[in-house]
Each structure stands twice: as C-alpha cells, then as structure tokens.
Design a protein around this ligand. Structure first.
Ligand code: SAM
Length: 261
C-alpha cells in the first residue's frame, strides 16, 4: 500500500496488523446482509471485505478517496464496491440510511466520532450488526453490564437494543500506523431489529447519569419530585441509595414509563 501521511483531524490511524484484520473478517456474521464500511482509509480492511461481499464505503478525505478510486478501480467497475466521498454523519443528519436494505457495519472507526457513529447506527433501521474498532474505554462502555463501574447510558441503550454485545479483541497501539495514544478494542453488537429507543428516553438517561457517583435518587430529583421518585423506588424494590450504574436497563425502562406517564 502507498505511504500516505495520516491526517490527525480525520482520526487516521491505519490498521496494519494482519492478525486483527483476519479476526474481524472471521467474526462477521454469515448472512446475506450488505456490508458498509466507514472510513476505508488506505483500503487494507476494504480489500478483505470485498472478497467476502459487496461493500459500500464512506470516506471524508478527498486524498484517500482519490487513492481508493484507483486501487479499487476493478471492483468499482463491477459494482462490487461503491465509494462515497462524504462526512458519514451528514448522511444520517439528512435522515437517510447508509444503505437501502439490511446491512452490517464493519469498520475501524475514526475515534473522535466513534460513539456518535455507533449511536446513529443503532437508530438506522437497516443496520443489523456493528463490528467496529473503537477506543478501549468506549468499547467497555457499550458492552458493560449492570454493576460494572463502566455501566452508563451507552450500556443501558445497547442492552435495550441488542441481542448480543461483546468485545472481540483488544488491540494495542503498535497495531496501527501511526500508533494512537490509546488502547483499542473491536466490539461486536447485534441489534434486535424489532426494538428502538426514542430521544426522550435518551434525554432521561442524561438526567440519570448526570453525576454518576451520586445516588440515582439525587440525580432524578433534579428533574422529578423527590417524594415521587422515592415512592417509585419502593414500589420497584430499588435501594434508595442505589448509584446509577447499579440499576438495570429494564428497570430504567420501568422508571421512565412511570415517571413520564
Ligand atoms: N479503515 C482504515 C484502516 O483500518 O486502516 C482507516 C481507519 S482510520 C482509524 C479512520 C478513517 O475514517 C480514515 O480513513 C478517515 O479519513 C475516515 N473518516 C474520518 N472522519 C470521517 C467521517 N466523518 N466520515 C467518513 N469517514 C471519516
């Protein structure tokens, strides 16, 4: 592959570790879904993906786009590969899906917008599986379970929306060029396609986790009548001193439904 200077502003850390690339490919679900890649970069992962299925990729960097058009000329010609020059978040902002029918998202994400991308992919009705490289701390939040100190609004959302969430592989900085300053993990999230979450529930979770180490009653009382919150906790058998990470996703659904009824 060409030697190109990575641009920090686009979160460019190119994955060079063949064993990680292979592990990502091996972990992909065996289904008929289309593949979408965000940020193909220099195309190392893309090369493997197009051998397996048809791919649609979104790249924001004009220089990389030009390189990829040459590198994948044959696949573009045969329509095995579609390459779109754009900021992927703009596609979602315009209300579009990243693909016209069911797809799986496989990518080494730009870390500066990784959380946002996963949340948008959760909302995208055509996206079923999300297999992405992200900063380790972000990965831990998406797969956290109730009681884990990392359990936050991201863990609640993924528990309510997914049938499976797991860390596939931990990846050290040396696996990339240039190496990022943080450790990375590849996560696997499989959505339950019958479920969705509305923005009001997400706003409620912001209140829940305003001060993650304070009690949940305290956080909720900033928005709702304290006596009602305390009464509800008794009814649902939740300890009055419970912290936000100690309450399960399904209990949060119940609390939300009762408080906003
Ligand atoms: N897939 C390549 C690899 O694994 O080596 C590159 C991964 S690099 C971490 C992130 C890629 O996302 C870069 O190619 C970068 O230009 C691209 N990118 C950054 N922001 C983007 C955006 N908003 N929309 C689409 N692509 C973006």
């Amino acid at each position: 592959m060409l030697d190109v200077k990575a641009k920090k502003k686009f979160g460019q850390n190119f994955l060079k570790d063949e064993s990680v690339l292979i592990k990502i490919i091996e972990s992909m679900p065996k289904n008929k879904n289309h593949l979408v890649e965000i940020g193909p970069g220099l195309g190392d992962l893309t090369k493997k993906l197009v051998k397996y299925k048809d791919v649609t990729a979104y790249e924001v960097d004009r220089d990389l786009y030009a390189i990829l058009r040459v590198e994948f000329a044959k696949e573009l010609e045969t329509e095995k590969f579609d390459l779109i020059l754009t900021d992927v978040l703009k596609v979602w902002e315009n209300g579009s899906s990243l693909y016209k029918s069911r797809y799986d998202l496989v990518a080494n994400l730009p870390y500066y917008i990784a959380t946002n991308i996963i949340l948008k992919a959760f909302d995208d009705v055509n996206c079923e599986h999300i297999i992405v490289m992200v900063q380790k701390e972000v990965a831990d939040k998406f797969v956290a379970s109730v009681g884990d100190k990392e359990f936050s609004s991201l863990g609640v959302i993924s528990e309510l929306l997914c049938v499976e969430t797991k860390v596939l592989i931990k990846v050290p900085p040396e696996s990339f060029s240039p190496p990022p300053k943080v450790d990375s993990s590849v996560i696997y999230l499989q959505k339950d396609m019958t479920k969705s979450i509305d923005d009001k529930f997400k706003a409620f979770l912001k209140v829940v986790f305003t001060q993650p180490r304070k009690t949940l009653v305290r956080n909720l009382s900033a928005r709702y009548e304290k006596s009602i919150v305390v009464e509800l906790f008794k009814e649902l058998n939740i300890k009055e001193l419970a912290r936000p990470h100690e309450v399960s996703a399904s209990l949060y659904s119940q609390i939300y439904n009762k408080l906003t009824k």
